[in-house]
Design a protein around this ligand. Structure first.
Ligand code: F6R
Length: 240
């Protein structure tokens, strides 16, 4: 696992975005794994700027998002579908049919997970973008999740719900469940980049990089992958 430490969020986002943009330039048919939350917004801003200034095309790019809340519709202001449209998709030339995000408003959630897993088997991700939860989760693979897990329905940790309450009017409105790619799906990607900033990520970053390979820190599973680059600011790196 390579760890790159940057002065601040802006510089780490630029460097991480460069890795994604280079992948798209090298192979215009690339498959990209995407994350939501506040961490990757800087990457998406850079991708949009690059698209506007250098016309890097996403016409043949396919994307697969990590996760989606369960029990809210796509048009809810906090759905990850809505997030991706707002922060990336509506600004670039990606085709709607090439966008894949788990559907968290379907009643037959098992078949939704099966079909997402099948699509992931047929479409190997070239580069996967990740953030990390303050409890060490990746995607919504909460502490205790098996490293062999594939796409599944998950009960969110109370820590995750309280961390994400900042996006909702109150904690009661934060969904209690979600659908997420599993850790095995994430490890199947060719290359993984993870971005983290701020003091509240320092413990999780430490456990991911230096801690034991243990499901109490799901991100420690990334130690098993041979092409992971971690982009952190000085605060998130402060315990390394
Ligand atoms: C989001 C996701 C989560 C976030 C994590 C960090 O798709 O998979 O693992 O990356 O919760 O969230 P932020 O970036 O908001 O601190």
């Amino acid at each position: 696992m390579e760890v790159k430490v940057f002065k601040n969020y802006e510089t780490l986002s630029k460097a991480a975005a460069e890795a994604v943009i280079n992948q798209v330039k090298e192979d215009s048919n690339s498959i990209i794994g995407l994350a939501t939350g506040s961490s990757p917004i800087g990457i998406y801003d850079e991708m949009i700027k690059d698209y506007q200034n250098h016309h890097t095309s996403y016409q043949n790019i396919k994307t697969f998002n990590l996760d989606e809340y369960y029990g809210i519709n796509q048009d809810h202001s906090q759905s990850y579908y809505h997030f991706m449209m707002k922060h990336l998709f509506k600004h670039i030339d990606i085709k709607q049919e090439n966008i894949h995000i788990p559907n968290g408003s379907i009643s037959d959630i098992d078949s939704e997970c099966d079909s997402y897993n099948r699509m992931l088997e047929e479409n190997q991700i070239d580069i996967q973008i990740l953030g990390i939860g303050s409890n060490g989760h990746i995607g919504f693979n909460e502490p205790g999740t098996s490293f062999q897990s594939t796409t599944h329905y998950v009960k969110l940790d109370e820590k995750t719900r309280s961390d994400n309450a900042r996006f909702f009017a109150s904690i009661e409105e934060v969904p209690k469940h979600a659908v997420t790619m599993g850790i095995q799906n994430i490890l199947n990607s060719n290359k993984i980049i993870l971005v983290a900033s701020g003091k509240n990520k320092a413990d999780a970053v430490y456990q991911m990089v230096k801690g034991p390979l243990d499901s109490s820190c799901p991100a420690s599973a990334l130690q098993m992958h041979d092409n992971v680059t971690v982009y952190v600011d000085e605060e998130a790196a402060s315990k390394l």
